[in-house]
Design a protein. Sequence first.
Length: 197
Amino acid sequence: MPTTNSFYGKGGKGNFCDETSDVNPISEYALQKYEVEKKLISFGNFISFRLATVFGASPRMRNDLLVNDFVFRAYFDRVLNIFEGNFKRNYIHLIDVARAFSFAINNYDKLKNNIYNIGLSSANLSKLELANKIKLFIPDLLIIEDRAKKDPDQRNYIVSNNKIEKTGFKTIINIDDGIEELVKYYGTQKKYNFGNI
């Protein structure tokens, strides 16, 4: 079952959130996903994947996901306005999400009845760190950090993916490769193809 590491909410106190950490869902989305996970656990015979924020190009493109959104705005507008740029989150490419499910199917007996964080251990990044990575691919990008405004999305946490990695699962697409992919993808599109985003 795909759930979310958004459960951790405001867990960003410098300590890694692992599968035993207290949860602090701060959105209705995270709260409902947590309720689903609890119900799933009650049935037994389960695997719950607490997915990091997903990114990557796809046939049904999601531009509301943070990495995709930042690259979209950077590519078409050449400017990023960032609120609370120190807030951190973990990320994962959609291909690695699919690979995680395939890995679970092929190793079900080893993984069953467990919760796993699924993300890039190399990508517990703040929004400002993410913007600066994007600037490596779009050098004329202007990054503006607005310190006066609060982000409505108050998620701020860093995540440990050690538990799934100890089972033998490894991600294959890092954040830089994903950003490069997205820049190339948006280079084949026109902004109006996406409607009002």
